[in-house]
Design a protein around this ligand. Structure first.
Ligand SMILES: C[S@@+](CC[C@H](N)C(=O)[O-])C[C@H]1O[C@@H](n2cnc3c(N)ncnc32)[C@H](O)[C@@H]1O
Length: 272
């Protein structure tokens, strides 16, 4: 046990994946759904008045009646609003709990329980959205897969709209570790558990991993959640080889004017 713990507490290799379920874990997905649905939190989803503003902005750039694919749709907070605004919406998510909630509460949209890296559409959508900086949670090979699948799924002139965190969020970045004992269970497990958490940084602080080791009785689980930051240039260099060209750029997914000084940036790419 102590050897396993010791090896789990090491700084992981860049882009290592742990294999543990996170979004689709039976217990963790309960807490996540609660976070999505809390109208005031900026946790699994942004707060709901932000989402209202974001959807209004999306309505201003996507023609009414368009076919939209929402990747990582969660419990359908965007999809439902977009369907109600007159779009033909499909949402994909690999949290079974979120998809079940979405299907129950929104019968207008189509919801699919799937890893979006495994989707196979061909020129079906006028617009594809990936909202709340999920692009940056993917590792580079997954981003390449996503970009080719998005390109193929879009109709000619279709739009890909997504946001990422910027280097403005780099302030105060340094490796750190902390632990907690959760006697009555908590976010990571419903059983009493020890949580060993660490934040590690790579590549001049532009890549971060949140590592959590959860010890419950004899069970030890490791979760690795990656996050990258981008500038307009690093992002455009990465996406343009896939046939997606810049259509417009904003500070956020509410369409705020681009300054390059915000915590996020939102790119609208067009399939050419
Ligand atoms: C940060 S949440 C954002 C949810 C939603 N876009 C919103 O802003 O309300 C990320 C969502 O993406 C989903 N997700 C992450 N990676 C995924 C993948 N590879 N395939 C499908 N869904 C994924 C998670 O289950 C989760 O619901």
């Amino acid at each position: 046990m102590i050897d396993k713990l010791f090896s789990l507490l090491q700084k992981p290799a860049l882009w290592q994946r742990s294999g543990e379920l996170f979004w689709d874990d039976e217990h963790i997905s309960k807490g996540m759904l609660e976070a999505h649905l809390n109208p005031d939190w900026d946790a699994a989803s942004r707060n709901h008045s932000y989402i209202d503003r974001s959807v209004k902005w999306l309505e201003s750039i996507i023609p009414k009646g368009s076919k939209i694919l929402d990747l990582g749709c969660g419990p359908g907070l965007y999809a439902m609003r977009l369907s109600n605004a007159g779009y033909d919406v499909t949402g994909i998510d690999y949290s079974g709990r979120s998809i079940a909630y979405a299907k129950e509460h929104d019968t207008k949209s189509k919801y699919i329980y799937q890893n979006y890296l495994e989707m196979n559409y061909n020129e079906e959508f006028d617009a594809i959205t990936l909202i709340y900086c999920d692009y940056a949670a993917l590792i580079p090979d997954e981003r390449k897969t996503l970009l080719s699948k998005v390109y193929r799924a879009l109709k000619p002139n279709g739009l890909f709209i997504f946001d990422v965190f910027t280097e403005q969020t780099l302030k105060d970045r340094c490796d750190r570790t902390y632990w907690s004992y959760n006697e009555n269970g908590g976010f990571w497990s419903d059983k009493p558990h020890l949580c060993l958490e660490a934040e590690y940084y790579y590549e001049n602080n532009t890549v971060k991993v949140n590592k959590t080791v959860v010890v419950t009785g004899n069970d030890v689980r490791e979760y690795l959640i990656w996050d990258s930051v981008f500038t307009k240039d690093t992002l455009l260099n990465e996406v343009t080889p896939y046939g997606l060209k810049m259509h417009s750029i904003y500070d956020d997914v509410c369409g705020s004017k681009y300054t390059g000084k915000a915590d996020t940036l939102c790119l609208v790419l067009k399939k050419v």
